[in-house]
Ligand binder design. Structure first.
Ligand code: NI
Length: 238
C-alpha cells in the first residue's frame, strides 16, 4: 500500500514536472496533412516580343500582361522541434497545376499555357505559447524553391501568335525561383497526439515565362506570382 502510493506520487510528480501533454518539446516531430491552396497575387510585366513591347506591334493588346489562376492540392508539413519553442519545418505538396493567361485587352484574355510546379519551403518556426495551451500559434520565416515543369503552350495563344506572323510556339519555359517565405499558423491539440491546424504563407515566387517560336523569336514576360498559400490540416505529434 505504501509502495503503491509512493509510485503514484512519483508518477504524479513526473507528470507535473513535464507539464501538459499538449506542449511541444524539443525532439517532437509533427506531421500535418491537408488541403493546400495556392492563390497567386501576380504582377506581370508587359509581354515582350523579341525584347520589344507587344503593344508596339499590336496597340489593341494593351495591357498585354500575364495572369495565373489558383489551385488546390494535397499539402504536407513536417516540423521538427529543436527546442520547446523553435521548430524547423518543411512544406511539401502534390504538384500544383495552373493556367497561365495573357490579358490582351481588346484582343481578349487568352489561355497561354498550362504549367505544374512544386514549391518546397523550409522555415524556422517560433511557437509563442507555453506548455499549458491547447492552442499553439506560431510564425515562421524561411526560403522557398519553386520549380516549374510540364509546361505546355495553349492553342488559344497559338491562334493569336499565328495572326502576328510568329506561328505556333515550339515550347514554353518558366524559370525556377528562389525567394523568402513567411508563415503564420496555429495548431489545436484535440488529444495529446492529434491536432488540427490552419496556416497561411506569403511566398516570393518570381519567374520569367518564355514562349519560343521558329527562327529564334521569343515572347517573354517577367511574372511575380507571389502567392498566398492556405492550408487546413489534421496532424499527429510523434
Ligand atoms: Ni516577388
Amino acid at each position: 500500500m505504501m509502495i503503491k502510493s509512493t509510485v503514484t506520487a512519483l508518477a504524479l510528480g513526473v507528470a507535473l514536472a513535464s507539464g501538459s501533454a499538449f506542449a511541444y518539446q524539443q525532439g517532437d516531430f509533427i506531421v500535418r496533412v491537408g488541403a493546400a491552396g495556392v492563390d497567386p497575387q501576380e504582377d506581370s510585366s508587359e509581354l515582350q516580343v523579341n525584347g520589344d513591347p507587344l503593344t508596339a506591334v499590336v496597340p489593341a493588346a494593351a495591357p498585354a500582361t500575364a495572369g495565373v489562376d489558383s489551385n488546390v492540392q494535397l499539402g504536407l508539413t513536417f516540423t521538427y522541434m529543436v527546442s520547446d519553442n523553435v521548430g524547423f519545418a518543411l512544406l511539401g505538396a502534390t504538384p500544383f497545376q495552373h493556367t497561365v493567361t495573357a490579358n490582351l485587352g481588346a484582343v481578349g484574355v487568352v489561355k497561354a499555357a498550362e504549367v505544374s510546379h512544386l514549391p518546397p519551403t523550409l522555415s524556422a518556426q517560433y511557437y509563442f505559447l507555453g506548455k499549458d495551451s491547447r492552442f499553439q500559434p506560431y510564425a515562421g520565416i524561411g526560403v522557398n524553391y519553386t520549380t516549374f515543369f510540364d509546361e505546355e503552350v495553349a492553342a488559344e495563344l497559338d491562334a493569336v501568335t499565328s495572326t502576328l506572323g510568329l506561328g505556333e510556339a515550339t515550347g514554353v519555359d518558366l524559370d525556377d525561383s528562389f525567394g523568402f517565405a513567411f508563415e503564420v499558423g496555429c495548431d489545436f491539440a484535440v488529444t495529446d497526439r492529434i491536432i488540427v491546424n490552419a496556416a497561411v504563407w506569403k511566398i516570393d515566387i518570381d519567374t520569367t515565362a518564355t514562349f519560343s517560336y521558329a527562327g529564334g523569336n521569343k515572347i517573354e514576360a517577367d511574372v511575380g506570382i507571389d502567392p498566398l498559400v492556405y492550408m487546413v490540416a489534421a496532424g499527429y505529434k510523434f
